[in-house]
Design a protein around this ligand. Structure first.
Ligand code: ZN
Ligand code: ZN
Length: 247
């Protein structure tokens, strides 16, 4: 019988602006009993990178030149995560437009996506590739100076069903609008630093298989959210998930 899987679909490493290496992230999540993680480093839009450069700031970003190498490294760690921890690693990235303000998490998409494309074009590419699209933090995070997904938030009715899921929780924040509009949801840590390790996560009752997990996000039936803290017992997590879905 399927059991509830502890999942995090939005995690950064030092291949963009996170501060742990990919290997350290895999070990951290593996040692804390996670079943499924997605690594989703940023592809920043060029205008934003130009502004950063003018300010004299440098942030690592995925781009067309390092994208293949990024996927290759994820594939290698995916094998190790499975071997050492029985944990699925789904490759992903965050299409990050900090000029028009939309952040889109793409899971299992084997091609680079330019963040300056329109939202509907980005969603179309993700769909054509058989990937999963997630609207990232569609509310202003307490920790953010700017509302980085303002465009998605302001057009939630228009984009609602076009995304496979919306983040109902991100780091320490919850988004009431996603609840009110009854959109398909997940909750993720948006992990950059250790302080984000205790944060919102997703529980999904499904077979531990990448395609099954992707389908379960889209179907969004047996999905629950959890404020995860290290040391939570698996049976406790299972009980909380059951209570939420009334099963
Ligand atoms: Zn983001
Ligand atoms: Zn992020």
């Amino acid at each position: 019988m399927d059991r509830w899987l502890l999942c995090d679909f939005h995690i950064h490493t030092n291949m963009s602006d996170g501060n742990l290496s990919l290997r350290e992230v895999v070990d951290l999540y593996g040692q804390h009993g996670f079943d499924v993680i997605a690594i989703t480093d940023h592809i920043f839009d060029r205008e934003y990178l130009k502004r950063l450069k003018e300010r004299g700031t440098k942030v690592p970003s995925l781009d067309e030149s390092n994208f293949r190498e990024y996927l290759r490294m994820l594939a290698k760690e995916r094998d190790r995560a499975w071997r050492e921890y029985n944990m699925l690693l789904i490759p992903g990235f965050e299409v990050t437009n900090n000029t028009d303000y939309y952040h889109i998490v793409a899971l299992d998409v084997p091609q680079y996506i330019d963040p300056s494309l329109e939202v509907v074009e980005i969603l179309e590419i993700i769909r054509e590739c058989g990937g999963v699209s997630i609207a990232a933090h569609p509310g202003k995070k307490n920790s953010d100076r700017e509302h980085l997904s303002k465009h998605l938030y302001e057009n939630m009715d228009f984009y609602g069903e076009a995304f496979d899921a919306w983040e109902i929780g991100n780091q320490f924040d919850l988004y009431n609008e996603v609840i009110e509009k009854r959109l398909r949801f997940v909750a993720s840590s948006d992990f950059h630093h250790m302080k984000h390790f205790s944060s919102w996560r997703t529980l999904i009752k499904v077979e531990k298989d990448p395609e099954a997990v992707k389908e379960a996000i889209k179907r969004n039936e047996e999905v629950a959210i959890l404020f995860f803290k290290p040391g939570m017992r698996a049976d406790m997590i299972e009980e909380m998930a059951k209570a939420q879905v009334g099963a």
